[in-house]
Write a protein that binds this ligand. Structure first.
Ligand SMILES: [Zn+2]
Length: 371
């Protein structure tokens, strides 16, 4: 798995521009003849891979993305396309999440070599995840995924701890308009920046009015960008902010948009830019209970399934597969994602192959999905 992860990190799939096709085809070639591999490009050179291994009953699905975020402006002290030092594999995507994709491939090869009868697998290796699940969304639009798997494992970084819930995301542009005038006579204009400043003040005190989720807590709001005015000597006639809201399960985006528009009133306009759904599986789902027990045994401690604030391709895939139970578990460390000198612990990488293989081996759709 270390060898696979190193090779995968060696592909430059920095998104934008992504150019993931070489990496996804390399994975498809590795999987070999036992798997039915289909490639789906959402843009030129940006293929996702849907690989299925037939077996008994509804397959168990695994997903991981092969694109990465850029290296960032700060210099790296390690090789960003792969370097091993002790228990650490360094490189962009080591934690988020080429390490997990390598573990999924290693597990799949091992599972396929098991004598029949065995359960089936569905691998969804996506492109364009870092830019709001573009590859997964394209897969969901072009392939009828409903019924293709009974449950989903997402290899996003959790240090191999089980996670069953993540927040959703909704991003808005909030814009105000005014009337331009000479800065020496501001009484002849209407200042869009002043209007926006009042809105910003109100947003900082904003209450969503939703009960906190038992695992994820409450929703959050962050104003990430601000722009306004055209020159220092003109009363600003336009201003806008970018607002990122992390939603909890059961909090519809449309309701949030309505709340924002009520807060802004006639002083501005609220526009939805993009969104990703939250995901939550019941902690007492029989498959989840069994998976948490198996992972606990490996750690030698009693774990409970947790939640993460970041969203994943499950925002799209869980619903597209028909609302399947979803487990997020991967060898990377969430604190390493998108950082300079990103690394993944090799011991966790190896452990994730064992966990994935056990989940695949013990997958029993009749037992887990009858409830
Ligand atoms: Zn990721």
């Amino acid at each position: 798995v270390l060898d696979l992860a190193r090779q995968l990190i060696g592909f430059d799939t920095i998104n934008p521009p992504g150019n993931e096709s070489a990496a996804t085809h390399w994975i498809g070639d590795l999987l070999g003849a036992g798997f039915d591999c289909r490639y789906h490009e959402f843009a030129p050179n940006r293929a996702s891979l849907l690989a299925s291994l037939p077996g008994i009953g509804a397959p168990l699905a695994f997903t991981g993305h092969v694109d990465t975020v850029p290296l960032g402006a700060e210099p790296w002290s390690r090789h960003p396309f792969g370097e091993v030092d002790g228990d650490r594999l360094y490189g962009r995507g080591a934690s988020d999440m080429k390490g997990a994709v390598a573990a999924i491939v290693a597990m799949a090869l091992r599972h396929a070599a098991m004598p029949a009868p065995r359960t089936g697998l569905l691998l969804l290796i996506t492109s364009g995840e870092e830019t709001t699940c573009q590859g997964a969304a394209h897969l969901a639009e072009t392939v009828d995924l409903r019924g293709m798997a009974g449950a989903l494992v997402v290899g996003e970084p959790t240090s191999n701890r089980p996670v069953i819930a993540h927040k959703g995301c909704a991003r808005y542009r909030v814009a105000t308009h005014g009337v331009a005038a000479h800065a020496s006579m501001p009484e002849h204009g209407v200042n869009a920046i002043h209007k926006l400043a009042d809105i910003i003040g109100a947003l900082r005190r904003f209450e969503f009015g939703v009960a906190p989720h038992p695992i994820l807590g409450g929703p959050t709001l962050n104003i990430g960008t601000i722009r306004g005015g055209s020159a220092i000597n003109i009363v600003a006639d336009a201003a806008e902010i970018g607002v990122d809201i992390r939603l909890v399960p059961g909090q519809p985006e449309a309701r949030v948009r309505q709340q924002l528009q009520e807060l802004v009133g006639s002083e501005g306009r609220v526009e939805l830019l993009e969104q990703a759904a939250s995901v939550a599986t019941e902690p007492d789902h029989p498959w989840v209970v069994d998976a948490v027990r198996r992972v606990s045994a490996r750690f030698g401690e009693s774990l409970t399934a947790g939640g993460v604030p970041y969203f994943t391709d499950a925002s799209v895939l869980t619903a597209a597969l028909g609302g399947v139970p979803t487990l997020i578990l991967g060898p990377g460390e969430a604190s390493m994602a998108h950082k300079v000198d990103e690394y993944c612990r090799i011991s966790l990488l190896e452990q994730s192959v064992e966990i994935y293989a056990e989940l695949a081996r013990s997958w029993n759709p009749t037992e887990y999905l009858s409830a």
